[in-house]
Design a binder for this molecule. Structure first.
Ligand code: OOG
Ligand code: MG
Length: 269
């Protein structure tokens, strides 16, 4: 029996069973009990092993990794969800929505909206010990972005291991059609505004994201290192919600503006 990367406590068959459970819930757009109701002592390492097994299942069916995400990087989000540690997940081509396009409610359970800053990288980042400065030097372009999260768990309630296994509630994401070079930008000073149906519903600064969006990128490199992974050059990263998340419904038109950077918008149908 070989278990590459991380020593996990759960047998492989259990990891696979829980990954299948979450995979099917997402496929059927059906909310389910959080997996720690079933496995109360689920460790963070096991939770990431389930997330990787979920990714492997999707990859087998043709899914393609196009970006990475950080989550729970702002106090607004940690407070809203009652959890206190940043987490990371994967984003697939099938979840990407072009800027300005429609997001069908079909296939989603109880989607919520997040205003984010996305970045692309121009060099590989490798943890552990990746610093904010290392990460900042690796940022190529900066974009306004919207993340549509959709926890597979009943009432969007979970704990840290459960949400990690559920790929950090990832569902859809929209990255602005055009970004700007990071050089010369004050990332913590970025002004991020979230509008729904023409009204500002939340705003915040880049500093809301772990003090600096580059700190979130560094945290991603360091978390990936725990499972022996690096972050290749050319990776697109959603650095995490600046504000708390907001429910959306069909008919809503939403827009994120990052002043001096750009906008990202979508409409729910
Ligand atoms: C977990 C994902 C959080 C963010 O940007 O903070 C997240 C959740 O709140 O469901 O994507
Ligand atoms: Mg997010």
């Amino acid at each position: 029996m070989s278990k590459p990367h991380t020593a996990t406590g759960l047998p492989d068959a259990e990891i696979e069973r829980l990954a299948a459970f979450l995979h099917d819930a997402e496929r059927d757009a059906r909310e389910v009990d959080k997996i720690t109701d079933d496995v109360p002592d689920l460790s963070i390492a096991d939770a990431y092993a389930i997330q990787r097994a979920l990714f492997a299942r999707k990859e087998q069916q043709g899914a393609r990794l196009v970006a990475r995400k950080m989550g729970l990087t702002s106090f607004a989000k940690m407070t809203q969800m009652g959890v206190d540690k940043p987490i990371h997940g994967f984003l697939l081509a099938e979840g990407r929505v072009a800027d300005g396009d429609a997001v069908p409610m079909r296939g989603l359970i109880h989607p919520k909206l997040e205003a984010e800053v996305a970045v692309t990288t121009s060099r590989e980042l490798k943890g552990p010990n990746c610093s904010t400065e290392d990460a900042l030097a690796a940022i190529d372009q900066v974009f306004a972005a919207i993340e549509v999260i959709d926890s597979r768990y009943r009432n969007f309630r979970f704990d840290l291991p459960s949400v990690i296994a559920d790929n950090t509630s990832a569902a859809r994401f929209v990255v602005g059609a055009s970004g700007v070079p990071a050089k010369g930008l004050d990332l913590p000073g970025l002004d991020v505004v979230l509008e729904k149906n023409g009204e500002v519903i939340a705003s915040g600064s880049g500093a809301a994201v772990l003090g600096h969006p580059a700190a979130s990128l560094a945290a991603l490199a360091n978390l990936l290192a725990e499972s022996g992974q690096t972050l290749p050059a050319g990776t697109l990263v959603m650095t995490g919600g600046v504000t708390e998340a907001f429910a959306v419904q069909a008919g809503d038109h939403v827009r994120v503006t990052v002043r001096g950077v750009g906008t990202a918008s979508a409409r729910f149908v």
